[in-house]
Design a protein around this ligand. Structure first.
Ligand SMILES: Nc1nc2c(ncn2[C@@H]2O[C@H](COP(=O)(O)OP(=O)(O)OP(=O)(O)O)[C@@H](O)[C@H]2O)c(=O)[nH]1
Ligand SMILES: [Mg+2]
Length: 300
């Protein structure tokens, strides 16, 4: 392996919330690593997805959505993590949706344009277009926004053209030895991924403010005789959010638990026992100290 020429480098996926960055990262790596949902600001951490082939190692960086509403500590944390992830990489992929440029795409555009590295535009969600011809004016309009290294229409959901995006990225990676062991697929450990799978179910299953008032920590994570035992605490901000999360007769929490457990079984390829607790930590998302204690650090 060390004697073959390898293109290796870091590639950050950037864009406004909900544009499909995490779905695309999972698709590019060929495995679920990042959590996804139809709600904005699902991703709160930087996460690496490492794709190693015979001739390349592409280290994709998933980031929180860049946004301008900077109210609250969590919003600032998200932008800080995403902004820092734009630096020190070999190439950037800016995502927009095939429905066209939105006002919220302008802030990420401005930030990627000033990094001094090649920027590839990925026009995502092309499966939602009724007519592929709609892409032509969008590509034309996009090429006037800045000098993109490439413009690649893709569907992270169906996988269409994702190979083309990978090939485009490869052109901008330096020839150098792999940055990570060839069998490593992420920088994140199993406890982190397990906590995220619980959070994913909360983002998918609840409306309004509950997902945003929620954080998850892992209390226990151990393998006993072929079964993985996981205990996790779901932190909410106010006493009143607890019954919403738990539901009548504990039904809603049960649904979260069984879906997260199935996702863990798939991810870790083992039988899983999952136990969830719901606890209140007043205003956790608006205190620097509590944010840190729940793992929301600058990380980069
Ligand atoms: N139709 C369609 N939907 C997609 C595609 N890619 C992502 N989605 C959907 O778009 C929504 C947002 O996807 P995410 O991958 O969570 O988006 P994100 O950019 O990571 O969002 P944040 O983490 O909140 O910044 C989810 O409902 C996805 O299923 C796609 O190619 N086509
Ligand atoms: Mg995401």
């Amino acid at each position: 392996m060390s004697e073959t020429i390898m293109h290796c480098g870091l590639v950050t996926l950037a864009g406004r919330p909900n544009v499909g960055k995490s779905t695309l990262l999972n698709r590019l790596v060929g495995q679920k690593l990042s959590i996804t949902s139809s709600r904005a600001q699902t991703t709160r951490h930087r996460l690496l997805g490492i794709k190693t082939t015979e001739h390349a190692q592409i280290v994709y960086v998933d980031t929180p959505g860049l946004h301008t509403g900077n109210k609250g500590m969590m919003n600032r944390h998200l932008n800080r993590v995403a902004g820092a992830s734009l630096q020190g990489v070999d190439c950037l992929v800016l995502l927009i949706a095939a429905s066209g440029w939105k006002k919220d795409d302008e802030f990420p555009l401005q930030l990627v344009a000033k990094q001094g590295v090649p920027v590839i535009l990925a026009i995502n969600k092309v499966d939602e277009l009724r007519d592929r011809l709609q892409l032509l004016p969008l590509i034309e309009q996009s090429s006037r926004k800045m000098e993109f290294a490439e413009i690649v229409p893709v569907s992270a959901r169906t996988g269409a053209n994702v190979d083309d995006l990978e090939n485009a990225v490869l052109k901008y990676l330096p020839v150098q030895p792999p940055l990570y062991p060839v069998d490593q697929i992420s920088d994140r450990g199993e406890r982190f991924l397990a906590a995220e799978l619980v959070r994913e179910q909360i983002f998918r299953g609840f409306q309004q403010e509950v997902p945003y008032a929620t954080a998850v920590s892992i209390e226990e994570f151990k393998r006993v005789k072929g079964t993985l035992h996981v205990e996790a605490t779901i932190w909410v901000e106010r006493e009143g959010q607890k019954p919403i999360l738990i539901g009548k007769d504990g039904q809603r929490l049960k649904t979260v638990g069984s879906r997260a457990r199935l996702a863990m079984q798939k991810m870790f390829a083992t039988k899983v026992h999952l136990h969830l607790w719901v606890k209140v930590r007043e205003g956790w998302s608006d205190s620097e100290r509590t944010l840190r204690s729940l793992g929301y650090t600058d990380e980069v």
